[in-house]
Design a protein around this ligand. Structure first.
Ligand code: NDP
Length: 441
């Protein structure tokens, strides 16, 4: 395993986020490999760390002043052993090949855990939608899709949203795909509006799912969300609906953040106000404190300084470091679920696990989003539409299945209560078995 990791480091030089994701998975699957030498003999590890296909392309577009801009587009089709590539698109200035590969690699295992028959992929661009007009965003999305369309399809590769890609961007991307292909296959993109092929609960799914995962972890020791305070970071899609579900289950989420700082509202975050500022006005989080008496805005700073029993990091990778984890533990945190992908640094994860804090890694805790995307694909294929309640109960059942798969695999592979080992082991076995059966491809 060491030699595979070293070879991957050499072959993917200068890609620290991808190295971090590789290390976390490889570190935790050694008990699986001891039981299954056939995986090693068939070169599963050598193959699984190498994407099946990586596409990098130029995205030229013009702004409202007719100036030309050039961004870079990415799609990494990482593994299709379990089904068509599936994973979101991220538009953020920090996007590069390392970030897309780390996300694509994680996605393989997350998707396996959902048991929905989907492979792993991820894509995006270093385009920053912040401060851009709707017309500029539309022109960018059209240019992006004018190249990417040839690699997509409902049975080939199915993107969705991620950071910077919400309902507006999905609409423009999907529209351009239909226009240039003349193929009106709604199942080639998920996260669509509910009036045009989208599924109920897809918008809420990642945040709701992360909270269901917390609920499952707490339930093992007879605890519940009710009466507990939650610290949530971010104020986008995942954070908003994590806060909503925390409140519905009787907890109180007292924080939200963006890249400018965080807010604290001891009464519990007012979701109507948060959605108005973030979803409608696309404003900064400080506006919340200006409008809501009794709340406060902290510029910069660490949202993890605020005490609470539940923490749901829901902004971006490596946003919660070892020192933050020490602070959270000191303040009595009992359960952490990663709404974002890889938001906790390896040092932070160690602190939580050493302190006996329940820790749900992103590939398990935030799998509700992609699972509900797979439900959207099923509904599109069958030309059906399921109700909100029906979809939410399916999401709940899937999250329970993800939790149990990780919990049981942790036990089976000698690391009881360790959801990192459990999630990686359970997912790896599913993917490895499929790769083994399908030959060296
Ligand atoms: P959004 O774009 O809706 O929201 C992202 C939030 O995180 C914003 O509040 C943003 O603030 C903040 N943020 C982003 N980058 C940074 C940064 N570098 N520093 C500080 N704050 C930052 O994205 P989502 O809610 O969709 O995604 C959040 C996380 O969840 C990501 O890690 C994503 O991969 C993961 N995820 C999302 C899924 C989904 O269904 N949407 C599914 C599974 C995982 P600002 O506006 O100031 O940038």
């Amino acid at each position: 395993m060491h030699s595979i990791y070293e070879a991957a480091l050499r072959r993917n030089a200068g890609e620290p986020e991808f190295h971090q994701a590789l290390h976390e998975v490889l570190e935790s699957i050694s008990p699986v490999l001891r039981e299954h030498p056939e995986y090693v003999e068939a070169g599963i590890l050598d193959r699984i760390v190498e994407p099946e296909r990586q596409i990098i392309f130029r995205v030229p577009w013009t702004d409202d002043q007719n100036r030309v801009h050039v961004n870079r587009g990415f799609r990494v089709q990482f593994n299709s052993a379990l089904g068509p590539y599936k994973g979101g698109l991220r538009f953020h200035p920090s996007v590069n090949l390392s970030i897309i590969k780390f996300l694509g690699f994680e996605q393989i295992f997350k998707n396996a855990l959902t048991a929905q028959g989907i492979g792993g992929g991820k894509g995006g661009s270093d385009f920053d939608p912040h401060g851009r007009s709707d017309a500029e965003v539309m022109r960018f999305c059209q240019s992006f899709m004018s190249e990417l369309y040839r690699h997509l399809g409902e049975h080939t590769d199915v993107p969705a949203g991620d950071i910077g890609v919400g309902a507006r961007e999905v609409g423009f991307l999907f529209g351009q795909y239909r226009k240039i292909t003349n193929r009106h296959e709604s199942g080639m993109f998920t996260g669509k509006g509910v009036g045009w092929g989208g599924a109920e609960v897809r918008t809420e799914a990642t945040g709701y799912g992360a909270v269901f995962f917390v609920d499952e972890m707490l339930a093992v020791s007879g605890r519940a969300i009710e009466g507990r305070r939650a610290i949530v970071s971010g104020s986008g899609n995942v954070a908003t609906y994590a806060i909503e579900k925390i409140h519905q289950l009787g907890g109180t989420a007292v924080t939200a953040s963006d890249s400018s700082g965080y807010i604290v509202d001891e009464d519990g975050i007012d979701l109507d106000l948060l959605k108005q500022i973030k979803e409608v006005e696309r404003g900064r989080i400080s506006v919340y404190a200006e409008r809501k008496p009794g709340s406060r805005f902290v510029a910069g700073g660490r949202v993890w300084d605020v005490p609470g029993q539940i923490a749901i990091p829901s902004a971006t990778q490596n946003e919660l470091n070892e020192q933050d984890a020490i602070t959270l533990v000191k303040n009595g945190v009992e359960a952490v679920a990663e709404g974002a992908n890889m938001p906790s640094t390896p040092g932070a994860v160690r602190v939580f696990q050493d302190a006996g804090v329940l820790f749900g890694p992103g590939k398990a805790a935030n799998a509700g989003g992609v699972a509900t995307s797979a439900l959207e694909m099923s509904q599109n294929a069958a030309r059906q539409r399921w109700s909100f309640d029906d979809s939410e109960s399916r999401l709940r059942a899937i999250m329970s299945g993800v939790h149990n798969a990780a919990y049981e695999a942790a036990d089976r592979y000698g690391a009881p209560g360790d959801y990192v080992v459990g999630a990686n082991a359970a997912a790896f076995v599913k993917v490895a078995d499929a790769m083994l059966a399908q030959g060296v491809i």
